[in-house]
Design a protein around this ligand. Structure first.
Ligand SMILES: Nc1ncnc2c1ncn2[C@@H]1O[C@H](COP(=O)(O)OP(=O)(O)OP(=O)(O)O)[C@@H](O)[C@H]1O
Ligand SMILES: [Mg+2]
Ligand SMILES: [Zn+2]
Length: 256
């Protein structure tokens, strides 16, 4: 390397090095500009003293975390009760009102036996829309909801049946969650193993008064035929909030 080359080389090293050390500081951007991600902001109290307060972003982060952990798809995280178009059809008006009242009164009924809600019947009538809207509404208030896409969840649990630890972990998520949303209950071909898994989850929640949001295309009679023990518990727990959807005209996929 000549003297000249050496100088060029050193300059290049200097340039790279100075960029590396200075750029994080220069380009730093905060997720929350208000508290610069410290979680606290300085405010003045009544006497004019500077005190620190918790920044509101902490709660927002918590809600985002809850939504991520719930397992609800991004598409359905956006569904809100306000976007539910009832088209003035009495069944849909009733469904939306039941969902809204449930969301509103959740904390009051949470510890009671009848603390659950169930949407059942007609495909495409907005059962999942309403269930996810309730779930998001609860999570916005900091209440954790676990989303259980029935068919996938049961398949996964069965795959872990030979590994006791993995099995308890997998099924435990659904047993213990503060609120469990079971979407499309008993969809597809149902085996004895499926029924046993669902019984374990539903019975645990029944015994401990843990609320469930349920959507299913089955009628109550069909649920009872599949398994009386599971169905009767769900029917009892959703006694105040059973929403039946019946009639093809409710299918949003066909009539929108
Ligand atoms: N009344 C409504 N207002 C606005 N959007 C609706 C309404 N009903 C259904 N949708 C939309 O139509 C699509 C289908 O609804 P959804 O998946 O909730 O139906 P479903 O009853 O769960 O059907 P399935 O039994 O097939 O699971 C969704 O994108 C949902 O947001
Ligand atoms: Mg659905
Ligand atoms: Zn903040």
């Amino acid at each position: 390397m000549t003297e000249h080359e050496r100088e060029g080389f050193d300059r290049e090293v200097d340039r790279i090095f100075s960029e590396r050390v200075s750029s994080p500081a220069r380009e730093r951007s905060y997720e929350c500009e208000k508290c610069m991600d410290t979680g606290f902001i300085q405010v003045r109290d009544e006497c004019g003293r500077e005190v620190s307060r918790k920044c509101s972003c902490g709660e927002m982060r918590r809600v985002r975390k809850l939504l991520e952990m719930s397992g609800i798809s991004r598409e359905f995280q956006k569904k809100r009760l306000e976007d539910f178009d009832t088209r003035n059809i009495p069944q849909l008006v009733n469904a939306r009102n039941k969902a809204a009242r449930y969301l509103q009164s959740f904390e009051d009924i949470e510890r009671q036996r009848r603390n659950s809600i169930m949407f059942y019947g007609q495909p495409g009538s907005g059962k999942t829309h309403l269930g996810t809207a309730i779930s998001s509404g609860l999570m916005n208030r900091g209440i954790a909801v676990a989303y259980m896409a029935y068919r996938n969840a049961v398949t996964r649990i069965k795959q872990n049946m030979t590994d006791e630890e993995r099995y308890s972990e997998e099924i435990g998520r659904y047993m213990m969650a503060r609120v469990l949303y079971i979407d499309d209950l008993l969809k597809g071909k149902v085996t004895d193993a499926d029924v046993n898994i669902m019984y374990e989850i539903v019975n645990y929640r029944y015994m401990n008064n843990l609320p469930m949001i349920v959507s299913t295309e089955k009628s109550l009679e069909e649920l009872m035929e599949f398994d009386e023990a599971i169905a009767s518990r769900l029917i009892e727990m959703s006694k105040e909030n059973r929403v039946r959807m019946q009639g093809e005209e409710l299918n949003y996929r066909l009539y929108s």
